[in-house]
Design a protein around this ligand. Structure first.
Ligand SMILES: NC(=O)c1ccc[n+]([C@@H]2O[C@H](COP(=O)([O-])OP(=O)(O)OC[C@H]3O[C@@H](n4cnc5c(N)ncnc54)[C@H](O)[C@@H]3O)[C@@H](O)[C@H]2O)c1
Length: 339
């Protein structure tokens, strides 16, 4: 039985909690959070996507406010590191150095240097560090990747990706809105699509991005064109400047030589393949959501099972690298080469 700790018990901590609870081979035995009212606060709904556990029964779970005390006393196999982004580097280094495997939420770090530190810490420890780029495990995104890789419908000619919502307002001190702590809309929200673009098409040669700024000059909307050698047209749009009534939407279109693949939650069905010949259809999709599938991948990895390579630390670092180039492109108002 894997002994699991969750560090940071806000929106994503409770999302990971649900995923761990779903398993027969793991038990959440410890939770660490700096919020002294965490027990009471978990009764409230949180976040912008359904699935974060609430009304949690803490029976059998030791509650810590101090990370070192948790690592010292809880005899953990692994932690879900679901702290605010600016804490990812330090806390993953501390856990890995104590021989604990880490599933850390995305983005890996605020900058490439932080990612390199995490990579080095993982290598030195010999333990697993996995970054939570959940779209690589999300059923519709998994299926689209599978179809593209099969070559059945020829090459991808164009891909567009979108992720839009209201500003994240659930965190206690609103750290999301502070670009120095979250990386802002580009690194926090839009990186989901940047990472998926990298997964589908590899590293772009260059990026050209434009962005809009809201209150306090913070970036609230970004549109990027990813430049590839073979002229495939790839764009992604991410925004958290939508008004609350808008809700949250993610979507994509892939224009292929002999099919179009569409995912759009506002359509029915949300996911379909439209081939050049014959009717549009929805292929069979995994029933577990991407968060569950991602935890499953991590759990099986740390148990030494044979799992396919879905995400590496280098790729997680490279997604931060691409977004860094995107932000530079906005600042400099020109195309930026991705080194
Ligand atoms: N994969 C996704 O779909 C997704 C969605 C949202 C957020 N995220 C990522 O997950 C991470 C966490 O985001 P969130 O929405 O859960 O934030 P949150 O603000 O809801 O939760 C963070 C929790 O960490 C606790 N905390 C802060 N500092 C601490 C410390 N020093 N020690 C112990 N506890 C501390 C806070 O009290 C809070 O409960 C971020 O990196 C974010 O980018 C991922």
């Amino acid at each position: 039985m894997l002994r699991i700790g969750i560090v940071g018990f806000g929106f994503m901590g409770r999302m990971h909690f649900r995923c761990w609870q779903d398993r027969q081979d793991a038990q959440v035995v410890a939770v660490c959070d700096a919020n002294p009212n965490i027990k009471e606060d978990t009764k409230k709904a949180i976040g912008n996507i359904d699935g974060a556990a609430s009304a949690i029964d803490f029976e059998g779970i030791e509650l810590f406010s101090d990370f070192d005390a948790m690592i010292e006393n809880a005899n953990l196999d692994a932690i879900s590191l679901t702290l605010p982004t600016y804490l990812h580097v330090e806390f993953s280094e501390r856990a890995l150095a104590r021989g604990v495997n880490v599933l850390c939420e995305k983005p890996m770090s605020l900058d490439v240097a932080g990612c390199e530190r995490m990579l080095a810490a993982a290598q030195k420890s010999g333990k697993t560090l996995q970054i939570g780029h959940c779209l690589r495990f999300w059923p519709e995104y998994v299926k689209a990747k599978e179809i593209v890789d099969s070559g059945k419908y020829g090459k991808v000619l164009a891909g567009t990706f979108q992720r839009l919502g209201a500003p994240p307002g659930w965190s206690q001190d609103n750290w999301f809105i502070d670009e120095k702590r979250s990386g802002g809309v580009a690194l926090d929200l839009h990186i989901h699509d940047t990472d998926y673009v990298q997964y589908l098409f590899g590293m772009p040669k260059a990026v050209y991005s434009q962005g809009s700024r809201g209150k306090g000059d913070a970036l609230i909307h970004i549109v990027t064109q990813y430049v590839y050698e073979d002229d495939v047209v790839v764009t992604a749009e991410g925004g958290w400047g939508m008004m609350p009534g808008f809700g949250f939407e993610m979507s994509f279109n892939l224009v292929m030589e002999t099919a179009t693949i569409v995912y759009d939650l506002t359509r029915e069905p949300a996911f379909k393949v439209c081939p050049a010949e014959g009717d549009a259809f929805t292929p069979e999709l995994a029933t577990d959501d991407g968060y569950i599938a991602q935890v499953d991948h991590f759990a099986r990895t740390i148990q030494g099972q044979d799992v396919p390579e879905v995400i590496t630390l280098e790729q997680s670092r490279d997604s931060v690298k691409i977004v860094t180039a995107e932000r530079q492109s906005i600042e400099e108002k020109k195309q930026v080469t991705v080194e």
